[in-house]
Structures are given as C-alpha cells and as structure tokens.
Design a protein around this ligand. Sequence first.
Ligand SMILES: *Cc1c(COP(=O)(O)O)cnc(C)c1O
Length: 309
Amino acid sequence: MPQSTDKDIFLTIGCKEPQILELRDDLFKEKDIEVWMLRLDEIHPVVSGNKLFKLIYFLKEARESVHKTIITFGGAYSNHLAATAFACAKMNLNCVGIVRGEKPKTLSHTLLFCRQCGMQLEFISRSSYRKMDKEFLNELKNKYGEHVLIPEGGFSLKGKEGAKLITNYFFDKNFSHVCLPVGTATTFAGIVDSYKSESEIIGFGVLKKLEDIEERFADLEVPVSRKYSFIGDYHFGGYAKKSEELISFMNDFYSKHSIPLDFVYTAKMMFGIYDLINKEYFAAGSDILCIHTGGLQGNDSLPKESLLF
Ligand SMILES: *Cc1c(COP(=O)(O)O)cnc(C)c1O
C-alpha cells in the first residue's frame, strides 16, 4: 500500500495490493525481452486503476473538512466519475457530478452506478461545460455550499501528487521501460516526476490531438529536466474510438494472458507495445513494465457479445 498516512483511505475503500506479473509470449522470447504488468486494475473491483490514486488527496481534504462535500466533472462514461462516486459513498462524503451534455432519456450504466452510490448528478450543455467560468463556479458554491472541487480527470497538482504513489510499487525494480496510457497526462506527470531512475517512461496517448504534453507538464510543475517519451500513434481515431482490430486484439490478449483490458486506454497501450516490439523499438534485453490503469467499467458500453470476458 502507499504511504502509511494515506493507507487508511485505501483500506476504508477496501483496496488490495496490486501484483506485478510477467506476461509470456513467444514473440517476447524471440525478441529477447521481458514484459511485466502492474495490475492496478486489481486493487478494487469497482474503483480499479489509477483513478483512486489521483483522488486520494482530494478525498483526504474533504474528509478533514466541515462541509464533507466533493464536486467534480466528467462525461457519461467517465471512469473518474464512477471512482469518485464510489469512494465518496465509502467515506460518507457528499458528492455532486457535473455531467457534460443534456440529460439523456436513459442514463448510461456509469451514471446509473454513480447515482446508486449517492452522487447527485447535474447535466450542463457542452458549451457551458467547455466554458466553466468563474460565474458557473460561483453558482456551484451558491447551490451546494463550500466544497472540494476536483477538475475533470483529476488534472491538478493534487492529482499528480496522488499519482506519484503508484511508483512505490516498482521504484526498487529497475525496469528498462515503464509504459502507461495517457488521457489528461496527470498520471504520466506523477510517474515522470517521482520516478528517478534510468528507465525510459513511455506515455501512450489515447486522444487524437494530444500534442501539448509539454504544456500539461508545465502546468503540473514537472521539472523540465525530467526525461520521458510520448507516443501518439495508437489512438485508433480518437478518444473512446475503436475498431474491430482493437476488439479482436483485446480478445486475443485475454485468451493468451487471462487479463482483461479496457478499450479506451489499456488496450490501445498494449496494442502499441506489441506493435513496437514487432518493429524492434525495444532493444534485446529490455524489461518493460506496463501499467494496467484499470477502467474496465467502460467496457460495459460495448455490445455484450463483442468481448470474451
Ligand atoms: C483516466 C484513465 C487514464 C488516463 O489517466 P490520466 O491521468 O488522465 O492521463 C488511463 N487509463 C485508464 C483506465 C483511465 O481510466
């Protein structure tokens, strides 16, 4: 578990330690490399993956406050909203989810879950969501009172601090490469910021136009001296876009390794890693750690018969 001071939040929520497993494949043998996976998807059946790490210091702040209220933002399938709703329920915190877009006739499985957890949902138009100006934030204060505000996806210094805790699981192992999928880049920033080793840290972008990593890292105060690689070629057409090739890759991966991937993030990273291994991006002798950042609830939006798991 992460640092002892934060351990109790992980315990309250019911998390367990993630394993690091070696993945076996003839391809890896042939290229003389090792591939390992940090199973953050297994820390908890509901709040799996990186989201809880990014939330941890916000949860702590809300727990120590008088108002005990969290407000945050996301789309209808947001892993972040689901994780926030569940964590708040476990910690007896009030929470409000501001959802992008008009209220649909039927709520997504993610939003139904959030509501079951006690999250109050408020829908706002995409244009006001984009603006998110002072006036709107003031309205929130008038309506819901004092609260802890979590930016979308946890993109913030506090979110980065929480993501740093992830490196505790592998900082003493000298992997030649550490790979993770990148959305807002908060988790990437945390790992690049805190992992002081010779490893090459590689972020795999899951959005089409993620060209501002440098700016994001500057906003998140990652020292410019830190090295990292960013690969943007495996977004499959953009955020939450998918193809038959990606879905069949997920099924093959599951048949081989018995590990489920999510189609929005981890499948794209693993597809990229396989492709790069084939193209000999990784030198012989490399040992690569892939971070499984969870997000499996998102697969519920796929047609039932498309996945083997
Ligand atoms: C949110 C999410 C990410 C991206 O994390 P960022 O910190 O926003 O870059 C990666 N993987 C999964 C499964 C996620 O839910």
